[in-house]
Ligand binder design. Structure first.
Ligand SMILES: NC(=O)c1ccc[n+]([C@@H]2O[C@H](COP(=O)([O-])OP(=O)(O)OC[C@H]3O[C@@H](n4cnc5c(N)ncnc54)[C@H](O)[C@@H]3O)[C@@H](O)[C@H]2O)c1
Length: 257
């Protein structure tokens, strides 16, 4: 069991109990970390508050990652509450519904902008507020969530694949910038899991079935398995790992025909 006791973490991307970020929050809390959770809108605030009530002294803060003002306010609030930060989990992603069902060549300029802004640029903006807080703690770990659709074509994943490619490149550039500050930046590329975000992708159940048929482990991955890999990347056991995309997908990515 990784030890995150005495550590302060920020988790962005909890929508409900099926969220990958919530599974990571639970695992990090079980490992001893104290957490701040964010909600992007009033609609989701109650969900996040209810879930967070099961944690020890959680801090709940608003943050729509599309807003520079809210991100700046989040940084100040974390400084006030924790006086520093040891890790950041970035699990926010969004693309307008039409972009996940229309043919990819129909991607609109606005759909592209929103998907890349919320799903990729937000990692850079959130990391920027985390840096001074992590410096106060002598370093830190930033973790985001990606998908193999960044490199291969998955039906209807469309502009989200482009956003994930940008996100993964951002992981490498951030890792290079921040390594000298002892801040590591990594991503987990998870196999498909039925969550709110996944429900927006037409034909998602078919993707789950193909993984069960073809992945070396002949099954899908569970939330707890992604969370276990996450606590490894957030904690000291991964202290020499940065700039990495860790595949937690039952091995699906190695398969050919
Ligand atoms: N579920 C999968 O199959 C799968 C596989 C690989 C990677 N991922 C990635 O994991 C991450 C978490 O997704 P999930 O599957 O747990 O679904 P989810 O719907 O539970 O989480 C997505 C989160 O993004 C948040 N979000 C959307 N727009 C936002 C905004 N403007 N500001 C702040 N937050 C915003 C939502 O509130 C939600 O909490 C995403 O990056 C997703 O792409 C998911």
């Amino acid at each position: 069991m990784p030890d995150l006791s005495g550590k302060f973490g920020l988790i962005v991307g909890v929508a409900n109990k099926r969220s990958i970020s919530w599974a990571i929050a639970q695992a990090a809390a079980a490992a001893g970390a104290r957490l701040a959770l964010t909600y992007p809108s009033e609609r989701l605030e109650e969900n996040v508050r209810e879930l967070a009530a099961t944690l020890d002294k959680p801090v709940i803060l608003p943050c729509d990652v599309g807003s520079d003002e809210q991100i700046a306010a989040l940084g100040s609030a974390l400084d006030r509450e924790f006086g520093g930060l040891d890790f950041l989990v970035h699990g926010a992603a969004f693309a307008p519904q039409a972009e996940l069902s229309n043919p990819f060549f129909q991607t609109s300029r606005e759909g592209f902008r929103i998907a890349l802004d919320v799903s990729a640029y937000s990692l850079i903006a959130l990391t920027r507020i985390a840096v001074p807080l992590m410096e106060k703690r002598g370093g830190g770990s930033v973790l985001t969530l990606t998908y193999l659709g960044s490199q291969r074509v998955f039906t209807n994943y469309n502009v989200m694949g482009v956003a994930k490619a940008a996100l993964e490149a951002a992981v490498r550039y951030l890792a290079s910038d921040l390594g000298p500050k002892n801040i590591r930046v990594n991503a987990i590329s998870a196999g498909p899991i039925k969550t709110l975000a996944a429900a927006g992708i037409s034909g998602f159940s078919n993707i789950l079935q193909v993984y069960r048929d073809r992945a070396p482990l002949k099954r899908n991955v569970e939330l707890s398995e992604v969370a276990d890999a996450a606590t490894f990347l957030l904690g000291p056991a991964s202290r020499a790992v940065t700039g990495e995309i860790v595949m937690v997908d039952a091995g699906y990515h190695v398969t050919g025909i």
